[in-house]
Design a protein around this ligand. Structure first.
Ligand SMILES: C[S@@+](CC[C@H](N)C(=O)[O-])C[C@H]1O[C@@H](n2cnc3c(N)ncnc32)[C@H](O)[C@@H]1O
Length: 281
């Protein structure tokens, strides 16, 4: 187990995801096993149907089989790990600093008979508790957003990825021209100092020597997703207030409105980044 020693963004993310209101909120509203942006065929699509589609899309970019070892950074409740284990028989390690989420993850893995393929480890992706060159694939969904040092996360990924490995991830990001006044309320909602961008990740990946840096821009889905999360929260307001408390839900609704507005004004980015150490671009 990795011990988190600095009271930084890491601790803030840990406290945030461990808290009962956040756990109840994400588990209920964001679709149970998945806590990430989904892929929407239409604006009213249920979040639970949209969420798994991005996992399928990401997996489709990789060559996976029962010999593949995967590390999922910031694995949440482990929805992606169970999909990869079920469909391809991969061996997956879920790294996540939230003990509350890890407990649910372990429970689902046992319940679905997948615990022989999935290991859940408590730890910090800024200091990955595994040796150099240990994994074929590093996977991450909407988690690196929580780091205050995203370049360090990429350096850690580079260290633990095998020479011919793939790094595939999604993240919530800003466009290069997003004004500070728009950014501030977004960052406040999830206790962050900054957001990354496609440009920042591609630049760092190239510096680290990744040959292929493929970007799939899916930013429209981010706005639809936050709109759906907002609608679901408002439609289930009384139940969510009982579960999470009025302050939490009212603050959440205010924060979600900022995310929807920023997305509609095209100040936010979201999509898949697929980095490959050996392939030619
Ligand atoms: C939005 S959730 C996404 C969860 C999961 N990837 C999914 O898509 O369902 C962000 C996740 O990142 C985890 N996280 C945040 N900072 C982390 C860190 N420094 N190290 C490990 N996990 C972290 C949180 O605990 C949470 O599980």
């Amino acid at each position: 187990m990795n011990t988190v020693t600095e009271k930084t963004a890491v601790y803030k993310a840990q406290d945030y995801y461990n808290s009962t209101p956040a756990d109840e909120f994400y588990f209920k509203i964001w679709g149970g096993e998945h806590i990430h942006v989904g892929i929407y065929s239409h604006p009213a699509e249920p979040i639970k149907e949209a969420s798994p589609k991005i996992v399928h899309m990401m997996a489709g970019k990789l060559k996976l089989d029962s010999d593949t070892t995967v590390l999922d950074l910031g694995a949440g409740y482990g929805g992606a790990a169970r999909y990869l284990a079920k469909k391809y028989g991969c061996k997956i390690t879920c790294l996540n600093l939230s003990e509350t989420q890890n407990e649910r993850n372990v429970h689902f893995n046992k319940e679905q008979g997948l615990d022989h393929l999935i290991t859940v480890t408590e730890g910090n992706f800024e200091d990955i508790p595994f040796p150099d060159k240990s994994f074929d694939v590093i996977w991450s969904q909407d988690a690196i957003v929580h780091s205050s040092d995203r370049e360090l996360v990429l350096e850690e990924v580079d260290r633990v990825l095998k020479d011919n490995g793939d790094f595939i991830f999604t993240d919530l990001m800003q466009t290069y021209d997003c004004p500070k006044s728009i950014l501030k309320p977004l960052l406040d909602r999830i206790h962050l100092n900054s957001l990354g961008s496609f440009g920042l990740y591609v630049e760092k990946a190239r510096k680290l020597g990744f040959q292929k840096t493929e970007v799939t821009n899916l930013s429209d889905h981010l706005t639809t997703h936050y709109q759906r999360v907002l609608e679901e929260t408002e439609n289930n307001y009384d139940e969510m207030v009982d579960l999470c408390g009025k302050d939490y839900i009212d603050t959440m609704i205010g924060g979600l409105k900022h995310w929807v507005e920023a997305g509609q004004n095209e100040y936010l980015s979201w999509g898949i980044m697929h980095l490959d150490k050996t392939a030619t671009a």
